[in-house]
Design a binder for this molecule. Structure first.
Ligand SMILES: O=[N+]([O-])c1ccc(OS(=O)(=O)O)cc1
Length: 478
Protein backbone atom coordinates (compact mmCIF):
# COMPACT_ATOMS: atom_id res chain seq x y z
CA UNK A 1 0.00 0.00 0.00
CA UNK A 2 1.28 3.49 -0.87
CA UNK A 3 2.06 5.85 1.95
CA UNK A 4 -0.38 8.71 1.27
CA UNK A 5 1.09 10.89 4.00
CA UNK A 6 4.43 11.15 2.14
CA UNK A 7 5.07 13.53 -0.76
CA UNK A 8 6.35 11.80 -3.95
CA UNK A 9 9.73 13.52 -3.51
CA UNK A 10 10.04 12.34 0.08
CA UNK A 11 9.08 8.81 -1.00
CA UNK A 12 11.79 8.79 -3.67
CA UNK A 13 14.29 10.13 -1.12
CA UNK A 14 13.46 7.57 1.53
CA UNK A 15 13.51 4.75 -1.07
CA UNK A 16 16.91 5.76 -2.33
CA UNK A 17 18.28 6.17 1.19
CA UNK A 18 17.08 2.63 2.04
CA UNK A 19 18.74 1.27 -1.10
CA UNK A 20 21.94 3.20 -0.33
CA UNK A 21 21.89 1.95 3.27
CA UNK A 22 21.44 -1.67 2.10
CA UNK A 23 24.34 -1.19 -0.31
CA UNK A 24 26.64 0.26 2.33
CA UNK A 25 25.63 -2.49 4.78
CA UNK A 26 26.56 -5.14 2.22
CA UNK A 27 29.80 -3.34 1.46
CA UNK A 28 30.70 -3.36 5.14
CA UNK A 29 29.77 -7.05 5.38
CA UNK A 30 32.13 -7.82 2.49
CA UNK A 31 34.93 -5.88 4.22
CA UNK A 32 34.36 -7.72 7.54
CA UNK A 33 34.27 -11.09 5.78
CA UNK A 34 37.43 -10.30 3.79
CA UNK A 35 39.36 -9.32 6.95
CA UNK A 36 38.27 -12.53 8.71
CA UNK A 37 39.13 -14.70 5.69
CA UNK A 38 42.55 -13.03 5.28
CA UNK A 39 43.35 -13.58 8.96
CA UNK A 40 42.23 -17.22 8.75
CA UNK A 41 44.41 -17.72 5.65
CA UNK A 42 47.45 -16.28 7.46
CA UNK A 43 46.90 -18.65 10.42
CA UNK A 44 46.22 -21.67 8.17
CA UNK A 45 49.32 -21.08 6.08
CA UNK A 46 51.48 -20.82 9.25
CA UNK A 47 49.97 -24.11 10.46
CA UNK A 48 50.70 -25.82 7.14
CA UNK A 49 54.19 -24.45 6.56
CA UNK A 50 55.57 -25.35 10.02
CA UNK A 51 56.30 -29.05 10.14
CA UNK A 52 58.35 -29.03 13.35
CA UNK A 53 57.26 -31.96 15.48
CA UNK A 54 58.87 -34.08 18.17
CA UNK A 55 55.76 -36.17 18.76
CA UNK A 56 57.38 -39.37 17.46
CA UNK A 57 60.88 -40.70 16.89
CA UNK A 58 60.35 -40.41 13.11
CA UNK A 59 59.54 -36.69 13.23
CA UNK A 60 62.25 -35.52 15.67
CA UNK A 61 64.63 -33.31 13.66
CA UNK A 62 68.22 -34.44 13.33
CA UNK A 63 70.95 -32.28 14.82
CA UNK A 64 74.19 -31.00 13.29
CA UNK A 65 77.27 -33.02 14.19
CA UNK A 66 79.14 -32.11 17.36
CA UNK A 67 81.72 -33.74 19.60
CA UNK A 68 79.50 -35.44 22.17
CA UNK A 69 76.03 -36.85 22.83
CA UNK A 70 73.26 -34.35 23.57
CA UNK A 71 70.08 -34.99 25.59
CA UNK A 72 67.00 -32.81 25.07
CA UNK A 73 63.87 -33.15 27.22
CA UNK A 74 60.46 -31.60 26.64
CA UNK A 75 57.36 -31.09 28.75
CA UNK A 76 54.19 -29.42 27.59
CA UNK A 77 53.10 -29.88 23.96
CA UNK A 78 54.93 -33.20 23.81
CA UNK A 79 56.60 -35.05 26.66
CA UNK A 80 59.80 -36.39 25.16
CA UNK A 81 63.39 -37.32 25.87
CA UNK A 82 65.76 -37.49 22.90
CA UNK A 83 69.44 -38.41 22.87
CA UNK A 84 71.47 -37.33 19.83
CA UNK A 85 74.56 -39.17 18.63
CA UNK A 86 77.61 -36.94 18.02
CA UNK A 87 76.83 -37.22 14.29
CA UNK A 88 73.36 -35.75 14.95
CA UNK A 89 71.29 -38.90 14.49
CA UNK A 90 68.74 -39.85 17.12
CA UNK A 91 70.30 -42.49 19.41
CA UNK A 92 67.39 -42.80 21.86
CA UNK A 93 63.85 -41.45 22.03
CA UNK A 94 61.06 -41.99 24.53
CA UNK A 95 57.69 -40.31 25.01
CA UNK A 96 56.05 -42.82 27.37
CA UNK A 97 55.82 -40.38 30.28
CA UNK A 98 53.58 -37.31 30.07
CA UNK A 99 56.39 -34.85 30.80
CA UNK A 100 60.18 -35.02 31.03
CA UNK A 101 62.30 -32.54 32.98
CA UNK A 102 65.94 -32.39 34.18
CA UNK A 103 68.36 -35.05 32.89
CA UNK A 104 71.95 -35.69 34.01
CA UNK A 105 74.67 -38.17 33.09
CA UNK A 106 75.56 -40.56 35.91
CA UNK A 107 78.98 -39.73 37.43
CA UNK A 108 81.69 -41.84 35.79
CA UNK A 109 79.22 -43.41 33.32
CA UNK A 110 78.14 -40.65 30.90
CA UNK A 111 76.17 -43.02 28.69
CA UNK A 112 73.79 -43.72 31.56
CA UNK A 113 71.35 -40.93 32.27
CA UNK A 114 69.01 -40.12 35.15
CA UNK A 115 66.08 -37.78 34.84
CA UNK A 116 62.84 -36.72 36.49
CA UNK A 117 59.55 -37.28 34.68
CA UNK A 118 55.87 -37.02 35.49
CA UNK A 119 52.82 -39.01 34.43
CA UNK A 120 49.40 -37.45 34.50
CA UNK A 121 47.19 -40.07 36.15
CA UNK A 122 43.46 -40.02 35.49
CA UNK A 123 42.15 -43.40 36.50
CA UNK A 124 44.98 -45.38 38.06
CA UNK A 125 46.68 -44.89 41.39
CA UNK A 126 45.23 -43.57 44.61
CA UNK A 127 41.82 -42.07 43.75
CA UNK A 128 43.15 -40.16 40.76
CA UNK A 129 40.28 -39.19 38.51
CA UNK A 130 38.92 -35.70 38.60
CA UNK A 131 40.97 -33.59 39.03
CA UNK A 132 43.83 -35.83 37.95
CA UNK A 133 47.00 -36.35 39.95
CA UNK A 134 50.61 -37.03 39.15
CA UNK A 135 53.10 -39.87 39.38
CA UNK A 136 56.60 -38.42 39.78
CA UNK A 137 59.56 -40.64 38.96
CA UNK A 138 63.33 -40.58 38.90
CA UNK A 139 64.36 -42.92 36.09
CA UNK A 140 67.66 -44.24 34.80
CA UNK A 141 68.49 -45.46 31.29
CA UNK A 142 71.70 -47.14 30.17
CA UNK A 143 72.05 -45.93 26.59
CA UNK A 144 74.65 -48.59 25.82
CA UNK A 145 72.13 -51.41 26.31
CA UNK A 146 70.95 -53.03 23.09
CA UNK A 147 67.37 -52.07 23.93
CA UNK A 148 67.64 -49.29 26.49
CA UNK A 149 64.77 -49.56 29.00
CA UNK A 150 64.13 -46.97 31.73
CA UNK A 151 64.39 -48.26 35.29
CA UNK A 152 62.45 -46.44 38.01
CA UNK A 153 64.85 -45.46 40.82
CA UNK A 154 62.31 -43.72 43.04
CA UNK A 155 58.67 -42.67 42.65
CA UNK A 156 55.87 -40.89 44.43
CA UNK A 157 52.22 -40.15 43.71
CA UNK A 158 51.14 -36.58 44.22
CA UNK A 159 47.61 -35.35 44.70
CA UNK A 160 47.68 -32.63 42.08
CA UNK A 161 48.66 -32.56 38.45
CA UNK A 162 49.08 -28.84 37.85
CA UNK A 163 52.35 -27.75 39.50
CA UNK A 164 52.52 -31.32 40.77
CA UNK A 165 55.81 -32.31 39.16
CA UNK A 166 59.42 -32.82 40.15
CA UNK A 167 61.42 -30.71 37.73
CA UNK A 168 64.81 -31.68 39.10
CA UNK A 169 66.69 -34.21 41.21
CA UNK A 170 70.46 -34.26 41.75
CA UNK A 171 72.45 -37.33 42.73
CA UNK A 172 74.62 -36.90 45.84
CA UNK A 173 76.14 -40.42 45.90
CA UNK A 174 75.21 -44.00 44.92
CA UNK A 175 72.28 -44.09 47.33
CA UNK A 176 71.11 -40.52 47.91
CA UNK A 177 69.46 -37.92 45.71
CA UNK A 178 68.18 -34.44 46.48
CA UNK A 179 64.76 -33.64 45.04
CA UNK A 180 63.04 -30.33 44.18
CA UNK A 181 59.47 -30.97 45.31
CA UNK A 182 57.16 -28.45 43.64
CA UNK A 183 53.98 -29.91 45.18
CA UNK A 184 55.08 -29.56 48.80
CA UNK A 185 57.36 -26.52 48.34
CA UNK A 186 60.19 -28.53 49.87
CA UNK A 187 63.68 -29.80 49.09
CA UNK A 188 64.41 -33.28 50.41
CA UNK A 189 67.22 -35.84 50.41
CA UNK A 190 66.07 -39.43 50.03
CA UNK A 191 67.93 -42.73 50.23
CA UNK A 192 66.55 -44.33 47.08
CA UNK A 193 67.36 -47.84 48.37
CA UNK A 194 65.56 -47.58 51.71
CA UNK A 195 63.15 -44.86 50.51
CA UNK A 196 63.71 -43.05 53.80
CA UNK A 197 63.71 -39.26 53.51
CA UNK A 198 66.72 -38.22 55.59
CA UNK A 199 66.70 -34.43 55.32
CA UNK A 200 64.11 -31.88 54.38
CA UNK A 201 63.90 -28.11 54.03
CA UNK A 202 60.52 -26.48 53.83
CA UNK A 203 60.38 -23.13 52.01
CA UNK A 204 57.84 -21.95 54.61
CA UNK A 205 60.69 -21.89 57.17
CA UNK A 206 62.14 -18.86 55.44
CA UNK A 207 59.55 -17.37 53.07
CA UNK A 208 56.06 -15.98 53.76
CA UNK A 209 53.18 -17.77 52.02
CA UNK A 210 51.50 -14.39 51.45
CA UNK A 211 54.05 -13.57 48.74
CA UNK A 212 55.03 -15.21 45.42
CA UNK A 213 52.68 -17.73 43.74
CA UNK A 214 49.23 -18.81 44.98
CA UNK A 215 49.42 -20.98 48.11
CA UNK A 216 48.93 -23.96 48.19
CA UNK A 217 48.51 -24.63 44.44
CA UNK A 218 51.76 -23.25 43.05
CA UNK A 219 53.44 -21.16 45.72
CA UNK A 220 57.26 -21.39 45.55
CA UNK A 221 57.62 -23.59 42.44
CA UNK A 222 61.02 -25.00 43.43
CA UNK A 223 62.24 -26.00 39.99
CA UNK A 224 65.94 -26.81 40.48
CA UNK A 225 68.34 -28.27 43.06
CA UNK A 226 72.08 -28.78 42.98
CA UNK A 227 74.28 -30.56 45.49
CA UNK A 228 77.58 -28.65 45.82
CA UNK A 229 80.45 -31.07 46.29
CA UNK A 230 83.47 -28.78 46.63
CA UNK A 231 84.65 -25.38 47.82
CA UNK A 232 83.25 -23.12 50.52
CA UNK A 233 79.70 -24.46 50.07
CA UNK A 234 80.69 -28.15 50.05
CA UNK A 235 77.78 -30.28 51.27
CA UNK A 236 75.26 -27.47 50.76
CA UNK A 237 72.39 -27.40 48.31
CA UNK A 238 71.55 -24.63 45.88
CA UNK A 239 67.82 -24.38 45.08
CA UNK A 240 65.77 -22.24 42.71
CA UNK A 241 62.49 -20.77 43.99
CA UNK A 242 60.98 -19.70 40.67
CA UNK A 243 58.02 -17.79 42.06
CA UNK A 244 60.17 -15.89 44.59
CA UNK A 245 62.64 -14.98 41.77
CA UNK A 246 65.42 -16.26 44.04
CA UNK A 247 68.24 -18.79 44.10
CA UNK A 248 69.09 -19.85 47.65
CA UNK A 249 71.85 -21.80 49.40
CA UNK A 250 70.80 -24.37 52.01
CA UNK A 251 73.01 -25.75 54.74
CA UNK A 252 72.02 -29.21 55.96
CA UNK A 253 72.58 -28.14 59.60
CA UNK A 254 71.68 -24.47 59.58
CA UNK A 255 69.07 -24.16 56.83
CA UNK A 256 69.01 -21.04 54.62
CA UNK A 257 72.48 -19.51 54.28
CA UNK A 258 72.07 -15.79 54.98
CA UNK A 259 73.40 -13.22 52.50
CA UNK A 260 74.05 -15.68 49.67
CA UNK A 261 70.62 -15.47 48.06
CA UNK A 262 70.61 -14.30 44.44
CA UNK A 263 67.65 -12.08 43.48
CA UNK A 264 64.61 -10.96 45.45
CA UNK A 265 60.84 -11.29 45.24
CA UNK A 266 59.67 -9.22 42.24
CA UNK A 267 63.19 -7.81 41.69
CA UNK A 268 62.72 -8.56 38.03
CA UNK A 269 65.68 -6.52 36.86
CA UNK A 270 67.92 -9.12 38.56
CA UNK A 271 66.02 -12.21 37.38
CA UNK A 272 62.40 -13.08 36.63
CA UNK A 273 61.13 -16.63 37.24
CA UNK A 274 64.49 -18.25 36.57
CA UNK A 275 65.21 -21.90 35.69
CA UNK A 276 68.14 -24.27 36.04
CA UNK A 277 70.81 -22.22 37.86
CA UNK A 278 74.24 -23.91 37.88
CA UNK A 279 76.86 -23.24 40.54
CA UNK A 280 80.44 -22.75 39.32
CA UNK A 281 82.87 -23.26 42.23
CA UNK A 282 86.04 -21.32 43.04
CA UNK A 283 88.25 -23.95 41.34
CA UNK A 284 86.56 -23.05 38.02
CA UNK A 285 86.62 -19.27 38.42
CA UNK A 286 83.59 -18.95 40.72
CA UNK A 287 81.75 -18.64 42.93
CA UNK A 288 79.42 -17.93 40.04
CA UNK A 289 75.89 -18.84 38.97
CA UNK A 290 74.90 -19.28 35.34
CA UNK A 291 71.13 -19.16 35.03
CA UNK A 292 68.28 -19.00 32.50
CA UNK A 293 66.47 -15.72 33.29
CA UNK A 294 63.31 -17.07 31.69
CA UNK A 295 60.71 -14.29 31.73
CA UNK A 296 63.37 -11.70 30.83
CA UNK A 297 64.38 -13.83 27.83
CA UNK A 298 68.11 -13.98 28.53
CA UNK A 299 70.88 -16.15 29.91
CA UNK A 300 73.03 -14.54 32.54
CA UNK A 301 75.84 -15.16 34.96
CA UNK A 302 76.56 -13.64 38.34
CA UNK A 303 79.93 -13.63 40.07
CA UNK A 304 80.36 -13.44 43.83
CA UNK A 305 82.53 -10.38 44.52
CA UNK A 306 83.02 -8.60 47.87
CA UNK A 307 80.04 -10.30 49.47
CA UNK A 308 77.55 -9.64 46.65
CA UNK A 309 76.42 -11.05 43.33
CA UNK A 310 77.46 -9.00 40.31
CA UNK A 311 76.26 -9.69 36.78
CA UNK A 312 79.31 -10.60 34.69
CA UNK A 313 77.72 -11.95 31.51
CA UNK A 314 74.46 -12.02 29.63
CA UNK A 315 73.35 -13.43 26.31
CA UNK A 316 70.23 -12.82 24.27
CA UNK A 317 69.24 -12.48 20.64
CA UNK A 318 66.03 -11.50 18.82
CA UNK A 319 64.66 -15.05 18.82
CA UNK A 320 65.21 -16.11 22.43
CA UNK A 321 61.91 -16.53 24.30
CA UNK A 322 61.54 -18.17 27.72
CA UNK A 323 64.87 -20.02 27.96
CA UNK A 324 64.88 -22.65 30.72
CA UNK A 325 68.38 -24.10 30.77
CA UNK A 326 71.98 -22.96 30.28
CA UNK A 327 75.08 -25.08 30.87
CA UNK A 328 78.66 -23.83 30.61
CA UNK A 329 80.63 -26.45 28.71
CA UNK A 330 84.32 -27.33 29.20
CA UNK A 331 85.13 -25.69 25.82
CA UNK A 332 83.85 -22.31 27.07
CA UNK A 333 80.63 -22.49 25.04
CA UNK A 334 77.16 -22.38 26.62
CA UNK A 335 74.42 -24.90 25.80
CA UNK A 336 70.96 -23.29 25.96
CA UNK A 337 67.40 -24.67 25.90
CA UNK A 338 65.32 -21.85 24.39
CA UNK A 339 61.79 -23.10 25.14
CA UNK A 340 59.61 -20.70 23.16
CA UNK A 341 62.39 -19.94 20.69
CA UNK A 342 61.86 -23.62 19.75
CA UNK A 343 65.54 -24.54 19.70
CA UNK A 344 68.46 -25.92 21.64
CA UNK A 345 71.68 -24.16 20.77
CA UNK A 346 75.30 -23.72 21.72
CA UNK A 347 76.84 -20.24 21.74
CA UNK A 348 80.59 -19.72 21.65
CA UNK A 349 82.73 -17.36 23.72
CA UNK A 350 82.06 -14.48 21.30
CA UNK A 351 78.31 -15.06 21.56
CA UNK A 352 77.79 -16.65 18.11
CA UNK A 353 75.43 -19.62 17.72
CA UNK A 354 77.67 -22.50 16.62
CA UNK A 355 75.25 -25.47 16.92
CA UNK A 356 71.47 -25.55 16.89
CA UNK A 357 68.67 -28.13 16.75
CA UNK A 358 64.93 -27.30 16.58
CA UNK A 359 62.66 -28.50 19.38
CA UNK A 360 58.99 -27.73 20.02
CA UNK A 361 59.32 -26.89 23.74
CA UNK A 362 62.69 -27.90 25.19
CA UNK A 363 63.00 -27.91 28.98
CA UNK A 364 66.59 -29.01 29.39
CA UNK A 365 69.69 -29.89 27.37
CA UNK A 366 72.74 -31.86 28.46
CA UNK A 367 76.06 -32.69 26.78
CA UNK A 368 76.67 -36.12 28.21
CA UNK A 369 80.46 -36.42 28.18
CA UNK A 370 80.98 -32.95 29.73
CA UNK A 371 79.71 -33.69 33.25
CA UNK A 372 76.32 -32.84 34.75
CA UNK A 373 75.03 -29.33 33.94
CA UNK A 374 77.97 -26.84 34.11
CA UNK A 375 80.23 -29.24 36.05
CA UNK A 376 83.10 -29.00 33.56
CA UNK A 377 82.72 -25.30 32.72
CA UNK A 378 84.60 -22.16 33.76
CA UNK A 379 82.98 -18.93 34.91
CA UNK A 380 82.33 -16.11 32.43
CA UNK A 381 84.73 -13.90 34.40
CA UNK A 382 87.51 -16.50 34.11
CA UNK A 383 86.88 -16.97 30.38
CA UNK A 384 86.37 -13.26 29.65
CA UNK A 385 83.10 -14.01 27.84
CA UNK A 386 81.58 -11.32 25.66
CA UNK A 387 77.99 -10.40 26.49
CA UNK A 388 75.45 -10.18 23.68
CA UNK A 389 72.25 -8.14 23.85
CA UNK A 390 69.40 -8.16 21.33
CA UNK A 391 68.87 -5.19 19.01
CA UNK A 392 65.17 -4.94 19.78
CA UNK A 393 62.11 -7.04 20.48
CA UNK A 394 61.75 -8.15 16.90
CA UNK A 395 60.56 -11.62 17.83
CA UNK A 396 61.09 -12.83 14.28
CA UNK A 397 57.86 -11.37 12.91
CA UNK A 398 58.85 -7.87 11.80
CA UNK A 399 60.97 -6.71 8.93
CA UNK A 400 63.62 -4.11 8.33
CA UNK A 401 63.07 -2.95 4.73
CA UNK A 402 60.17 -0.80 3.59
CA UNK A 403 59.17 -3.16 0.78
CA UNK A 404 59.09 -6.34 2.80
CA UNK A 405 56.99 -4.72 5.52
CA UNK A 406 54.88 -7.40 7.21
CA UNK A 407 51.84 -5.77 8.87
CA UNK A 408 50.87 -8.88 10.85
CA UNK A 409 54.44 -9.26 12.10
CA UNK A 410 54.45 -5.58 13.05
CA UNK A 411 51.15 -5.83 14.95
CA UNK A 412 52.33 -9.10 16.52
CA UNK A 413 55.53 -7.46 17.74
CA UNK A 414 53.51 -4.54 19.08
CA UNK A 415 51.20 -6.92 21.00
CA UNK A 416 54.25 -8.85 22.28
CA UNK A 417 55.83 -5.64 23.53
CA UNK A 418 52.61 -4.45 25.17
CA UNK A 419 51.65 -7.74 26.85
CA UNK A 420 53.30 -8.66 30.16
CA UNK A 421 55.98 -11.36 29.56
CA UNK A 422 54.13 -13.89 31.71
CA UNK A 423 50.89 -13.54 29.73
CA UNK A 424 52.73 -13.76 26.40
CA UNK A 425 54.68 -16.85 27.50
CA UNK A 426 51.48 -18.38 28.90
CA UNK A 427 49.80 -17.93 25.51
CA UNK A 428 52.78 -19.48 23.71
CA UNK A 429 52.87 -22.40 26.19
CA UNK A 430 49.20 -23.18 25.61
CA UNK A 431 49.23 -22.85 21.81
CA UNK A 432 50.61 -25.00 18.98
CA UNK A 433 54.28 -24.57 18.05
CA UNK A 434 53.48 -22.71 14.79
CA UNK A 435 51.63 -19.93 16.67
CA UNK A 436 53.89 -16.89 16.95
CA UNK A 437 53.25 -13.19 17.43
CA UNK A 438 52.00 -12.74 13.82
CA UNK A 439 49.50 -15.57 14.20
CA UNK A 440 48.26 -14.16 17.53
CA UNK A 441 47.81 -10.81 15.76
CA UNK A 442 45.80 -12.52 12.98
CA UNK A 443 43.57 -14.34 15.49
CA UNK A 444 43.13 -11.11 17.47
CA UNK A 445 42.15 -9.14 14.34
CA UNK A 446 39.67 -11.86 13.28
CA UNK A 447 38.03 -11.95 16.74
CA UNK A 448 37.86 -8.15 16.92
CA UNK A 449 36.40 -7.90 13.41
CA UNK A 450 33.81 -10.58 14.26
CA UNK A 451 32.76 -8.68 17.39
CA UNK A 452 32.47 -5.36 15.53
CA UNK A 453 30.45 -7.12 12.81
CA UNK A 454 28.04 -8.58 15.39
CA UNK A 455 27.74 -5.09 16.91
CA UNK A 456 26.86 -3.54 13.54
CA UNK A 457 24.34 -6.27 12.67
CA UNK A 458 22.61 -5.83 16.05
CA UNK A 459 22.46 -2.06 15.55
CA UNK A 460 21.02 -2.45 12.03
CA UNK A 461 18.38 -4.93 13.25
CA UNK A 462 17.30 -2.62 16.06
CA UNK A 463 17.26 0.39 13.75
CA UNK A 464 15.07 -1.49 11.22
CA UNK A 465 12.70 -2.34 14.06
CA UNK A 466 12.49 1.38 14.89
CA UNK A 467 14.54 1.16 18.10
CA UNK A 468 16.88 4.12 18.46
CA UNK A 469 19.53 4.71 21.11
CA UNK A 470 20.53 8.06 22.44
CA UNK A 471 23.62 8.95 24.45
CA UNK A 472 22.80 9.73 28.08
CA UNK A 473 24.43 13.15 27.53
CA UNK A 474 23.17 15.18 24.54
CA UNK A 475 22.61 18.75 23.43
CA UNK A 476 19.27 20.38 23.98
CA UNK A 477 17.24 20.56 20.78
CA UNK A 478 18.80 17.34 19.46
O1 LIG B 1 54.49 -29.57 31.58
N1 LIG B 1 54.12 -29.00 32.60
O2 LIG B 1 53.15 -29.38 33.24
C1 LIG B 1 54.79 -27.84 33.03
C2 LIG B 1 55.85 -27.38 32.32
C3 LIG B 1 56.48 -26.23 32.74
C4 LIG B 1 56.04 -25.56 33.85
O3 LIG B 1 56.59 -24.39 34.25
S1 LIG B 1 58.07 -24.13 34.51
O4 LIG B 1 58.17 -22.69 34.67
O5 LIG B 1 58.45 -24.79 35.75
O6 LIG B 1 58.89 -24.63 33.45
C5 LIG B 1 54.98 -26.02 34.56
C6 LIG B 1 54.34 -27.18 34.15
Amino acid sequence: MADRSQSPLAAVRSGSSRAWSALSRNRLRVVFLAVILLSATAVASAAMSDDLSTASEETVPEAPATENHTVVTESGRAGTITVYEPDGEVAYYNNTRTKYFDADPVEGDPMTIEYTATDTIHSEGPTCSDPPCALNVIERVDLEDENPEPEVIYKRYDHQETAGEWHDADRINDTHVVVADIVADQVFIVNTETEVVEWLWDAQSDFPVEEAGPYPHDWAHINDVEYIDEGQHEGRIMASLRNQDQVVFLDQEEGLVENWTLGGENEHDVQYEQHNPDYIPESQGGPAIVVADSENGRIQEFQREDGEWNRTWQWEDDQIQWPRDADRLPNGNTLIADSHGNRVMEVNESGDVVWEVPSTLPYEAERLETGAESEGGQSAAELGLESRTADGGDGGGGSSGLFDFDPLGWIGDLIENLLPHRIHNGLLFASPVWMGSSEFAAVGIAILTGLVWIGFETRWKLRDAGVRFRLPVYRRGN
